[in-house]
Design a protein around this ligand. Structure first.
Ligand SMILES: [Zn+2]
Length: 353
């Protein structure tokens, strides 16, 4: 080996060592700084939140009655394809019809589907790999309000109505998860049938969210919806209780144009709206990423812009203790009003684009 070649190799080795040293020494500081930025950003948002005076446009008694019906022990935890699940979806279709929504499923208000058990990385949902449990005789419930300008693409409002059913003799009522989101979906449908938006609104009560977001996958897999024909997805999952009284809004990282809209929303909201849980780990530090945590994840993978509204996981999450009596009425009503305000702002914003 010539001297030049040795010198050359030695300098390459030095460079590699220097790079490794720099990485190990500088990385924690950089990471810490990013984490600090994220938490101070959150803190700033929370401190700047000026709760507005409560607005009352939705029927709060009706909201509560619908939540109670869905979370009632007679519904047996609304597991897909069970008596409880089927009773719930028939009732939802009746509600949609009474409200005056147009049937928009593949079979009237229903989009029936079944899924065989499989193990794979889902083609529809990258990164969601593992055993996907078999789902038999499931169905989404889909209804449409045409809006004032039917030429505009629809905004899709989603909330999953399924839950975990009965396991080892324990009944999982799923009051917060997600009778709360579905009751809000229904009450929003009643409000917008009397006060139409410019955009058509598609109301979708999804089945089989638990363990694989199967209902949302079915929407696209069976081409009931085509992603390029949709304006936006607003997903609601767990809206009715939080010790810190915080409502998370997930999606402004992926769609930065939502940030000013969320700031505006805070002026109309009696609850604190916190944008977050949508940053990748190197930006978020200890804050988990919820981008794929519920049905909005499938819309995101299909490149449909989305926002997800929900509360942080609580001690009763996915236990037999998630019952209707634990719901925080005032918080839940205000969260529902906040989501209504968001849809109004979104309808306006998208009409101006
Ligand atoms: Zn849920």
């Amino acid at each position: 080996m010539s001297i030049t070649k040795r010198l050359y190799l030695a300098s390459i080795a030095m460079l590699v060592i220097a790079a490794i040293l720099l990485y190990t020494l500088a990385w924690p500081a950089w990471q810490q700084q990013l984490t600090a930025t994220e938490s101070s950003r959150l803190a700033l948002l929370i401190n700047n939140a000026k709760p507005a005076t409560a607005q009352m446009r939705l029927n709060h008694q009706q909201l509560r009655a619908d939540l109670n019906w869905l979370a009632h022990p007679d519904r047996q935890g609304r597991k897909p394809g069970t008596v409880g699940g089927i009773t719930a979806r028939n009732w939802l279709a009746e509600q949609f019809a009474t409200i005056g929504l147009l049937p928009a499923g593949s079979d009237q208000f229903f989009q029936p589907f079944s899924v065989e058990q499989h193990f794979k990385v889902s083609r529809w949902l990258r990164g969601q790999n593992g055993t996907i449990a078999a789902v038999d005789n499931a169905a989404n419930v889909v209804g449409l309000l045409p809006g004032l300008n039917p030429a505009l693409q629809p905004i899709v409002l989603t909330a999953h109505y399924d839950h975990l059913g009965i396991q080892n003799d324990l009944l999982f009522a799923g009051a917060d998860d997600n009778a709360s989101g579905v009751a809000t979906l229904l009450e929003l449908a009643r409000y917008f049938s009397a006060n139409p938006t410019a955009h058509p609104l598609l109301f979708v009560a999804l089945d089989a969210e638990e363990g694989g977001l199967q209902g949302a996958v079915a929407l696209f897999q069976h081409q009931l919806l085509k992603p390029e024909q949709l304006a936006f997805n607003v997903n609601m999952d767990m809206l009715s209780r939080d010790t810190n009284q915080l409502l998370y809004a997930v999606g402004s990282y992926q769609q930065p144009w939502l940030s000013p809209l969320l700031q505006q929303l805070q002026q109309h909201s009696a609850v604190k709206v916190v944008a977050g849980h949508d940053r990748p780990w190197y930006r978020a530090g200890n804050t988990t990423d919820w981008t794929l945590s519920s049905d909005h994840g499938v819309f995101h993978q299909q490149k449909v812009p989305f926002i997800y509204f929900g509360v942080a996981d609580h001690a009763d999450y996915h236990t037999e203790r998630d019952t209707a009596d634990k719901v925080d009425d005032n918080f839940y009503f205000q969260v529902s009003e906040t989501i209504l305000s968001f849809i109004l702002l979104l309808d306006k914003q998208l009409s101006q684009r």
